[in-house]
Ligand binder design. Sequence first.
Ligand code: DO4
Ligand code: MG
Length: 287
Amino acid sequence: MMKLFKVSTGAILLDGTAFYRLDIEWDELINRSNLYYYLANDIEGKYLIDPNEAFRAIENLLLAPIGLQEVWAAGVTYLRSREARMEESAESGAADLYDKVYAAERPELFFKSLPHRVAGHNQQVYIRRDSSWSVPEPEMTLFINSMGEIQAYTIGNDMSSRSIEGENALYLPQAKIYERSAALGPCLFIPEVPPDPQAAIKMKIERGGKVVYADETTIGRMKRSFTELAHYLFRECDFQHGCFLMTGTCLVPPNDFTLEEGDNVSITIDHIGTLVNTIAYKPTTIK
Ligand code: DO4
Ligand code: MG
């Protein structure tokens, strides 16, 4: 089991209980075949470091585990997402679209984010001011190399406006793509074999110190396989540095729930860790 953390001073590898610093540029480091075996080896630029130094760097300097990659997302891959989307779009008459795409051979894949809009662990994600109904979407997220091979896994939050998507399905890009509408982290998980379908995915939302939503399921309840989604994405797109693919939400809060400024969203996936983000509005001045 290996975990790769991107920090502002480079990359830190946790292999079992040992920590290493990797003096290799992030995109070059992760975009390769057999990433697991590469990292397990005694490679040039890999140095054993003191665990305290590693803990300090991960605590203080952590970034989202992304370089120059695009982030894509799959939709309606779990029954729960199909059901929620059919409810929110009932009035617009688009409910049938979600039913059909859940059953269709071709999955729904959509562009989600460029790297500069992605938040990391413990950073803010935004809700839109023009959205009356906003939710986080906890999603197992794949890192796929430029050859189309799944090499690593991370936790994704596909922040979404249910009011905008529900009003008209053609508003999907506005419901999904805006500043800090995606979060990835806390690390890349690089297993020797693909993750166990029984792995749990959990989401908890806290408001003023109280839990206002908590639920969990397993990643294996997905209708499609990870490789199927990756194959469709790579059919007619090249990704020079590889890409990230969020695989769809399996947990949706009840219909009377909307996120508020200051909420804390924690998403946990077995073996990978926990991604925590605070909800905020985009500042009105450009930073
Ligand atoms: O169909 C719209 C988006 C679906 C989605 O993001 C999901 O199922 O996770
Ligand atoms: Mg989603």
